[in-house]
Design a binder for this molecule. Structure first.
Ligand code: UD1
Length: 318
């Protein structure tokens, strides 16, 4: 049976990929240094996976983790724009040095393919919408630069060593288990939990900024499809993973009012440094490359996410 390694397995996206693989009866190994990942995310599957607490910066640990592995889903990262503005070195170490270590380990272990959690932030604030993969990247934040640098490493390892790598540029993934508690948390996780508690959310800027918010199940399915696609179609390539639609923060707030029952207003604060105004993906390449199709749209995704946080009591600040 094939073995799948997930880096960042205790994170929101990594743990979601793990559950999907287990549902298919696959064998899963996971590493996480628990810097941003949480044991509770893998609590109910802990007995079914080979979990190793390890840091990507530990090359020997990565070599051990890659031993006997067929597919790697590299989700581990410090996934925050503002945090990278405060600590560019830390961002670079986790997001670039860690990736290079993993690639060396995967190459030496003769892994069949590595799927990489790349980021839409690579596009930066280019005015062209939708963003397509042929556009020249224009990263703004250190986080975006690090994520783009790692894409180039992915492609380089395919070109130089024949290690099959696929870069999946995630556009604002959201859904159950996304951590709402850090000041760097994704906006939807924050807004939903705040509004469920009856607390006033804050919009940075005028709320006109828009995103191609992508429900987690879509990102998971992109990973599984990319792993199975013919190498000629995906290896050494970059793909947007999104929905091809966007919503701005003001309209999102209105939808969330209905879903959460929050009756208050929103407060405004200055625009965030390194922020981009609009983000929307062209998903043609992913459709052609591995038959990707967004299965859950924005509103349905919001509904499911609100229900999850409500049920988990996350809104109580757990
Ligand atoms: C960016 C990247 C994304 C990456 C993510 C990691 C883009 C398009 N996307 O997301 O690929 O995975 O970083 O962090 O660059 N906001 C508020 N109030 C809040 C929190 C956020 O108004 O309480 C605003 C932000 O200023 C921003 C928007 O909401 O304009 C989205 O922010 P966030 O969810 O943090 O993600 P991005 O920075 O877009």
């Amino acid at each position: 049976m094939a073995t799948h390694l997930i880096t960042g397995v205790a994170g929101f996206i990594g743990s979601s990929i793990a559950r999907a693989l287990l549902d298919r009866g696959e064998q899963v190994r996971g590493v996480d240094n628990l810097a941003t990942g949480k044991r509770e995310n893998i609590a109910e599957i802990a007995h079914s996976i080979d979990f190793r607490e390890a840091d990507l910066l530990d090359l020997e640990a990565m070599k051990l983790a890659c031993r006997g592995v067929d597919w790697v889903f590299h989700q581990a990262a410090i996934p925050s724009v503002p945090k990278s503005v405060l600590d560019p070195l830390g961002s670079n170490q986790a997001n670039v040095d860690g990736t290079v270590n993993l690639l060396i380990a995967a190459r030496d272990a003769k892994v069949r393919r590595v799927m990489y959690a790349a980021s839409s932030s690579a596009y930066g604030d280019t005015p062209t919408l939708p963003k397509h993969e042929q556009m020249t990247p224009n990263p703004i934040s250190p986080y975006a630069v690090a994520k783009l640098a790692s894409e180039h490493y992915m492609i380089s390892f395919y070109r130089c060593y024949g290690l099959e790598t696929v870069c999946l540029r995630y556009f604002n993934i959201f859904g159950p288990r996304q951590d709402p508690t850090s000041p760097y948390s994704g906006v939807l996780a924050k807004f939903i939990t705040q509004m469920l508690r009856g607390e006033q959310p804050t919009i940075f800027g005028d709320g006109g900024q828009s995103r191609d918010f992508t429900y987690i199940d879509n990102a998971v399915s992109a990973n599984l499809l990319a792993a199975q696609a013919p190498a000629a179609k995906v290896a050494g390539k970059v793909f947007n993973v999104a929905t091809g639609t966007r919503a701005d923060l003001n309209e999102t707030f209105e939808i969330l009012k209905k879903l959460t029952g929050y009756s208050g207003t929103v407060k405004h604060a200055p625009e965030r440094e390194g922020d981009i105004k609009h983000s929307l993906a062209d998903i043609t390449l992913a459709r052609e490359g591995f038959a990707y199709e967004p299965k859950v749209n924005f509103e349905e995704g919001l509904k499911r996410t609100v229900e999850w946080y409500r049920g988990e009591g996350k809104a109580a600040g757990a």
